[in-house]
Design a protein around this ligand. Structure first.
Ligand code: THU
Length: 185
């Protein structure tokens, strides 16, 4: 985790934070009044924005980070390069545990996560630093009676994957691809 400032960041990170600040304006926060903005930078160079959306049934409220990541995924993005999060808070806001788990599922472990507040304070971290030892797709592999591994053959592309009776290691560093369900585009 590295403490820095908005001004010291490279241009793509400054732009990402600007998009998160912009997104935050749309937050639907009638209960907490705590608006959070997020933006995810994708492999295509797009910035997909998100903000928190609350609900009268409080636990249904959704964080800005997950709105941005799920929105990007639903729009067909599969490569995530960086995630930006901004709130008006005394310190850059740490993402909640649920959002960390979603980042770990969809994003490369070394992907930068840039947290900032409106005072211009910035924390630079990564997906794996935020959530080491996370529950991963390959943890769903089942052990068969005979000792052979049974699994789904799916993975997030970041760890070993199961295919045709062997556990194979897969390359790391990119978003989930080729690990989708059959029939998925
Ligand atoms: N929230 C986020 O959107 N992201 C975070 O990183 C922390 C919390 C939201 C959830 C809820 O709408 C409000 O902030 C207060 O918890």
């Amino acid at each position: 985790m590295e403490q820095t400032t908005w001004e010291a960041l490279p241009p793509e990170h400054r732009e990402g934070l600007r998009r998160a600040v912009e997104a935050r304006e749309g937050a639907y926060v009638p209960y907490s009044h705590f608006a959070v903005g997020a933006a995810v930078r994708t492999g295509s160079g797009a910035y997909v924005q998100g903000f928190n959306i609350e609900n009268a049934a409080y636990p249904l409220s959704m964080c800005a980070e997950r709105v941005a990541l799920y929105r990007a995924y639903a729009e067909g993005e599969r490569e995530f390069r960086a995630l930006y999060v901004v709130a008006d808070a005394p310190r850059p806001v740490p993402p909640c545990g649920a959002c960390r788990q979603v980042m770990a599922e969809l994003c490369p472990p070394t992907m930068p996560v840039i947290l900032a507040n409106l005072r211009g304070e910035v924390l630079l971290t990564t997906v794996e630093e935020l959530l080491p030892f996370f529950f991963a797709p390959d943890d769903l592999l089942r052990q068969e009676k005979g000792g052979a591994l049974l699994g789904t053959g799916e993975g997030n592309g970041h760890g070993p994957s199961f295919e045709g009776g062997e556990v194979r290691s897969s390359e790391t560093g990119a978003g989930p691809r080729g690990g989708g369900r059959e029939g998925e585009a």
